[in-house]
Design a protein around this ligand. Structure first.
Ligand SMILES: [Zn+2]
Ligand SMILES: [Zn+2]
Length: 344
């Protein structure tokens, strides 16, 4: 079968390989991949900025259909459409595994980095960490959008499981990319009024933020400040940086109110960064980081989508055959569109 494999350093160390089809072991599902999303993490893998066990088929954001089931599989049948929590192999015994927070397990192995992932015609995943797309959804285009559940669940982890949000809270989101636009919707689903800040070339993304429920959007920090202080003279109850940019985080530190919460969703690419920490020290701000998802997050994320609280569709852009992966990775690097999908 065809797979996009990372086998050596750099972009030259990636290519379409013909690898054997996997066989499901006990408790595993063999899945025919419908679409796989390109994640910032896959770009980090390409650039050798995160550990991969090579050779490995990339990709952890996907939706696919069960074509074969291993021994002792109970919840799934052939024909079911599924999505999977990426860190789906772990020790099963540590304090994090016992709480369903498998991504934090020191022994975790994720699809697309440690074991073969979803940028392939087939992959195998444990049923234990897989979730069903509602069976009443039969339209293929509707099913495709479930490949975006994983990145949205990362936001739901932060907003539902890591911080408190009270109806009427003022939240400022910096960075209107895919994650930021999910943050707008997920914060709003908890009753927050969301203001979004982006760069001047984020104009289209900010327009979409408004369509998705943002109260106001800004490209000028002074305008944002005066609008925010008009809403609440003390500042933002919540700031949320989805960009992983130093300047954006600094702005959040300025805008968050005393005893407010800062939620960091953006990753800084493993770099040491300067930050004005006393801005949040003086205000006794809670700095909360949110990394990936836990088991319970997926129920929340699926509920948000199935109940119509979060719309994944506007964030689907380019769809390309897997063989044109380079076009997709380049589009991602050039920040063209939102989530780019590969079809194996
Ligand atoms: Zn991802
Ligand atoms: Zn563990």
């Amino acid at each position: 079968m065809k797979a996009l494999v990372k086998f050596d350093r750099g972009r030259e160390g990636m290519g379409i390989w013909d690898i054997p089809e996997p066989t499901p072991k006990k408790g595993e599902l063999k899945v025919r991949v419908l679409v796989a999303g390109i994640c910032g993490g896959d770009i980090h893998s390409m650039n050798d900025e995160r550990d991969c066990v090579m050779p490995v088929a990339l990709g952890h954001e996907y939706v696919g259909q069960v074509v074969e089931i291993g021994e002792d599989v109970e919840k799934f049948n052939i024909g079911d459409w599924v999505v999977t929590l990426p860190a789906c192999y772990s020790c099963g015994e540590c304090e994090f595994c016992r709480r369903g927070l498998v991504t934090l397990c020191p022994e975790r192995k994720s699809i697309g980095t440690h074991v073969n992932g979803a940028m392939a015609e087939y992959l195998v995943v444990p049923e234990k960490y897989s979730f069903k797309v509602p069976p009443e959804i039969r339209d293929i285009e509707e099913i495709k959008k479930y490949a975006l559940i994983e990145p949205m669940a990362c936001v739901a982890r932060g907003v539902y499981e890591r911080i408190d949000v009270h109806p009427g809270d003022i939240a400022v989101v910096t960075g209107p990319g895919t994650i930021g636009l999910f943050a707008v919707q997920v914060l709003k689903s908890r009753g927050a009024n969301v203001l979004v800040y982006g760069l001047p070339n984020d104009k289209k993304r900010l327009d979409l933020a408004l369509e998705l429920g943002a109260k106001m959007v800004f490209t000028d920090s002074e305008e944002l400040k005066s609008a925010l202080y008009k809403e609440n003279p003390r500042g933002a109850d919540i700031t949320c940086d989805a960009s992983g940019a130093v300047a954006a985080q600094d702005m959040c530190f300025q805008l968050v109110r005393t005893h407010g919460t800062h939620l960091q969703l953006g990753h800084f690419g493993d770099k040491k960064i300067p930050c004005h920490i006393d801005l949040i020290f003086d205000k006794e701000v809670n700095y909360v980081a949110s990394n990936s998802t836990g088991m319970k997050t997926w129920d929340i994320a699926l509920w948000l989508v199935n109940a119509g609280m979060v719309d994944l569709k506007p964030l689907m852009s380019l769809q390309l055959p897997l063989t044109e992966w380079e076009k997709g990775f380049d589009a991602m690097l050039n920040q063209e569109g939102y989530k780019i999908l590969l079809l194996p």
